[in-house]
Design a protein around this ligand. Structure first.
Ligand code: S3P
Length: 176
């Protein structure tokens, strides 16, 4: 059967949520938007930073696996995936069942600017003394996983949201 959902993957601050919501506007009301983080917060009853603080990253990744299973069963849904979903192959295998996997990329400088706007304490992975250095390090480690998982790669640097949305709609053939 033809895939009718899109999973947006990519590092923190690459615009998954912004682009996901803009995609819904373009695709119409029969499409829904969901974030894997939102599923985790609902399931655990805690914020993401609280989960990291009280239960640790490994437990967070377990919540994330179950969130991806849930999300992968949704039809006509744009899923904004947490930046770390690529760390467990099972997540990509599950998402690929009904999702086209779209990777959003941005430069480390752009990511730094965007993440600092929200505050580094909202992203436990980057809540370090030198978040800029941490972005470069973690991004370098994760890039091969992002590239391997992606079916479509979109560089968001210096592009308008509307243009990115059109690029995704055309390349994913989601509407045809
Ligand atoms: C994480 C990214 C976050 C969130 C958690 C861990 C990561 O999601 O899932 O803080 O490991 O990259 P966003 O990419 O939506 O910020």
């Amino acid at each position: 059967m033809k895939k009718d959902s899109i999973a947006l993957i990519g590092f923190m601050g690459t615009g998954k949520t912004t682009i996901g919501k803009a995609l819904i506007k373009q695709l119409g009301n029969d499409y829904k938007f969901i974030e894997t983080d939102e599923i985790i917060v609902k399931e655990s009853g805690k914020s993401i930073p609280k989960i990291f603080e009280e239960e640790g990253e490994q437990k967070f990744r377990e919540y994330e696996i179950s969130a991806c299973i849930k999300a992968s069963k949704l039809k006509k849904t744009i899923i904004s995936c947490g930046g770390g979903v690529v760390l467990n192959n099972i997540n990509i295998d599950n998402l690929k069942k009904n999702c086209i996997i779209v990777l959003l990329k941005a430069t480390p400088e752009e990511i730094y600017k965007r993440v600092m706007k929200d505050g580094k304490e909202t992203r436990p992975i980057l809540n370090k003394k030198d978040p800029k250095k941490e972005i470069e390090k973690v991004l370098g480690l994760r890039n091969p996983f992002y590239e391997a998982a992606a079916e479509i790669i979109i560089d968001t640097t210096n592009k308008e949201i509307d243009d990115i949305v059109i690029e995704i709609v055309i390349n994913s053939h989601i509407k045809s």
